[in-house]
Design a protein around this ligand. Structure first.
Ligand code: BGC
Length: 796
């Protein structure tokens, strides 16, 4: 059972911000941090509520400049529930003697439960047990239950149940110079004797959100009469309930919350719907039953069951849990993408980066309907990406490095370096590789589903436009007789320009160039597969002709890829001219050297001068492509590629990496999984702890790292099992680490539900259900046909 629970048995204020992020509850529509109900923002508490893709823009004055930012908005706090005894102090963890504390996130049922035994300054001992859910099925509902038991006293209890819209975005210290007053209060209302409501609106994006709360007090499951009073002020409404409690008799408080916005489908008006939602909802137990049922069904599809130490299992489940809380069936049909930090905090302002590259593989195989919906987030922003390309002097679609509401570039121009207190210029928007990641996701989704309708209607258009962008940014260098891509930044964000240049951008980032080739190749293949009618339609609409395709084809044979020496790919052109880092010097001086960029900049230096990487840049190629695929790409380009060079590349870059991004270790672990299993497992374990132990020291509290979470799940799902779709065949090539005895999982593949059991001796494949044509499974060079009901055991 422990492998289903995250348990904190102590109240440690300094750890609370991280724990709040890790115990966030969400349902793919909205999320709320695991803050204690009774606490307002301040000290260790930050009760943030976020709507999936609920953004607002504001202009702030920073260092004498006007800076516009689009933020994921912190909405009114519906968690707010407080109590006091006999007109005493309101209950506050910091002001009582805690004699028992346990905070427990039950991953199986999506419940956050807290038990606090305490003695107040008057010597009164009480027990408070709270349970909370954000409903996974009825996405507009959430609920809190409090059980209060007086242990050595009887007397009056006053409960305050509020909806607090006076909150601001203040979850990230670094952003404190920026405005966070996104909400404009509209009105408050007492709906009836149990129900209150608050309506607010974001100042610029004008999203209206209505929250309603129905609070009831019970004794022995019977509602008890309580004196009720309402307080209202601008942006805030609270209901006060006063009643008598007896020693050793538990009273129960239920707060059922409804939340609707003007963005919702199938509504008349958010205030009306929020009101309806709570009035029609059952009580806490009813909601718990339907919520738990939904989670049970999700786990049936999405669990990875390991036979291994419970720790790995629990953290993997925590990661799956947070993926599903960020995007779930409730997200389908919403205009929502995959945020880098979940809807769990305000870091990176809730923006959408390339991190979805690490999340899609899981969703493609578990919830393909959801993956499709998330791809549509990008499709809807294709016009904006076209505009961005044109403005930068290119053709096709140039997707932004950071995306928010309407798909324009949301990257900051300035970034605060907490080490120096200085605002540094931020050129990371030059990471054009984000478009390649989108193309890769489209391709992977299609491979896993064969969703021809999607491909033909939406995917093809995106692929063609992304390919066209790569073709237009690639320049022919007659001296080299090769195409080049100049002035970009690769995934390793530490390097944004040459030390001897005053212009941002680097030339021929190997990852970017190879991805560009891959995209062009895939677009060409896809054109061949399109029906003639659709091809003509798209070519007419996008004005593509054969000569353009000829150029694409030429680029796939003539793109330049820099090498440091035989077999070692150069991260970008002239990387080898950079200085080696004196790692010892910095390790002696600083406890933590993960963010070498900030350290160097604070010392008046710059990472641009050194061979120091934030994350595995070149190695992304070995992460995304199999040896066979890379051989094909490189050979076509006329470069030698020996699989034996992979470990050398890994060694080379591992030595020069500070792992400043949580994505880094993940990629190392994957690429070493077959050559150096020991190191790979260690890197995997570290990646697994990225958030759980907040390895970056303070970043998890600002939001989880969804890419790292999903990436670790994917290592188990695809890397250890060797699951790969190649030439229309689903290949399995398992190599479980010694530490994993067995693995059970279900995947959805081209309309089939397949159950796998892997251990060190066998692989058992069972086609449990599905209505689709038979598919092929490949194992050790042989291909087998499977349809519904088929089962086969392969010996290893
Ligand atoms: C990483 C990027 C990532 C971003 C958002 C950065 O620290 O370097 O690769 O996309 O975080 O997670």
């Amino acid at each position: 059972m422990k492998a289903w629970k995250v348990i904190y048995n102590d109240w440690i204020p300094e750890k609370q911000p991280t724990r709040e992020a890790l115990t966030t509850l969400g349902n793919g529509y909205f999320a709320a941090r695991g803050a204690a109900e009774e606490s307002d923002a301040g000290g260790p508490h930050y009760p943030g509520t976020y709507l999936a893709c609920g953004y607002n823009r504001m202009t702030s004055k920073v260092s004498g400049r006007e800076v516009e930012n689009e933020d994921l908005v912190n909405w009114a706090n519906w968690l707010s529930l407080k109590f006091r005894i006999e007109d005493g102090d309101w209950f506050d963890l910091e002001k009582v003697e805690i004699i028992k504390y346990r905070n427990e996130l039950d991953l199986k049922s999506g419940i956050l439960k807290r038990t606090v035994g305490f003695v107040d300054q008057e010597g009164r001992e009480s027990l408070l047990i709270s349970r909370r859910l954000v409903h996974m099925k009825f996405s507009h509902l959430a609920a809190i239950e409090w059980k209060i038991t007086p242990q050595n006293w009887s007397g009056k209890i006053e409960v305050q149940s509020a909806i607090d819209g006076t909150v601001t975005n203040s979850g990230v210290d670094r952003y404190s110079d920026l405005r966070g007053d996104h909400l404009k209060p509209l009105f408050t209302k007492q709906v009836d004797d149990k129900c209150i409501m608050l309506v607010v609106k974001t100042k610029q994006s004008k999203i209206r959100m209505a929250q309603s709360a129905r609070t009831t007090v019970f004794s022995d499951d019977e509602p008890i009469s309580a004196d009720s009073e309402i307080t209202e002020k601008e942006g805030y409404i609270a209901q006060y309930l006063t009643f008598n409690a007896e020693q050793n008799k538990t009273v129960r408080v239920e707060k059922i919350v409804g939340l609707h916005t003007s963005r919702d489908n199938a509504i008349s008006e958010p205030a009306l719907e929020a009101c309806n939602a709570v009035q029609r909802a059952g009580n806490f137990e009813d909601l718990l039953t339907s919520h738990t049922r939904e989670w049970k069904q999700l786990w049936y599809r999405c669990d990875l069951e390991l036979e291994e130490g419970e720790y790995t299992q629990m953290i993997l489940r925590l990661h799956i849990f947070h993926i599903l809380q960020t995007a779930s069936a409730n997200t389908i049909d919403l205009d929502v993408g995959i945020p880098a930090r979940g809807w769990h905090g305000e870091a990176y302002r809730g923006h959408i980066f390339w991190d979805e590259l690490f999340v899609f593989p899981f969703l493609n195989f578990q919830l393909p309907e959801l993956a499709r919906s998330l791809l549509m987030y990008r499709y809807r922003r294709l016009p904006e990406a076209r505009r961005a390309a044109r403005n930068a002097g290119f053709k096709g679609a140039m997707f932004p490095w950071q995306s928010g509401s309407n798909g324009r570039e949301e990257s900051q121009e300035l970034h605060l370096n907490p080490k120096s207190g200085e605002w540094d210029r931020d050129d990371t928007y030059l990471q054009r590789h984000v478009g390649a990641a989108i193309a890769y996701n489209i391709h992977q989704y299609f491979e896993a589903t064969r969703d021809l309708e999607f491909m033909s209607f939406y995917g093809a258009e995106m692929l063609l436009e992304i390919a066209r962008f790569w073709s237009s940014i690639a320049e022919w260098n007659p001296d080299r007789e090769r195409f080049e891509i100049r002035g970009v930044v690769g995934p390793d964000e530490f390097h944004t320009q040459y030390p001897d240049s005053d212009k941002p951008g680097l030339n021929n980032n190997a990852y970017t160039n190879v991805m560009a080739v891959w995209v062009l190749q895939k677009a060409l293949n896809m054109v061949e597969q399109l029906s003639e009618t659709r091809k003509v339609e798209l070519f007419e609409e996008l004005d593509i002709d054969e000569s353009e395709l000829e150029r694409w084809e030429k680029i796939t044979r003539k793109m330049y890829v820099p090498f440091i020496k035989k077999g070692i790919i150069s991260q970008f052109e002239r990387y080898d001219d950079l200085q080696e880092m004196d790692w010892d010097k910095y390790r002696k001086k600083y406890d933590d050297v993960q963010r070498m960029d900030r350290i160097l900049k604070a010392e008046g230096d710059t990472p641009n001068r050194y061979k120091v990487g934030k994350q595995a840049d070149v190695l992304m190629l070995f992460y995304l492509f199999s040896v066979e695929q890379l051989k094909e790409i490189f050979n076509r380009l006329g470069y030698e590629f020996e699989p034996s060079s992979i470990p050398e590349n890994v060694d080379y870059y591992l030595k020069r990496s500070s792992h400043g991004s949580t994505l880094s270790r993940l990629v190392y672990s994957w690429v070493m999984s077959r050559s150096d299993r020991e190191r790979s497992w260690k890197a995997f374990q570290k990646a697994l702890l990225s958030d759980f132990e907040d390895v970056q020291g303070g970043t998890t509290s600002e939001g989880i790292h969804l890419g790292a979470m999903a990436g670790t799940v994917d290592i188990v799902q695809r890397c250890y099992t060797g699951l790969e779709i190649r030439d229309g065949v689903l290949w399995i090539n398992p190599r479980l680490p010694r530490e994993l005895q067995s693995l059970k999982m279900r995947i959805r593949y081209r309309g089939h539900w397949i159950h796998f059991l892997f251990n060190h001796k066998i692989v058992e494949v069972t086609f449990e259900a599905g209505w689709s044509p038979k598919v092929e499974i490949g194992f050790r060079e042989k291909v087998y046909t499977f349809g519904e009901g088929d089962r086969k055991t392969f010996s290893l």
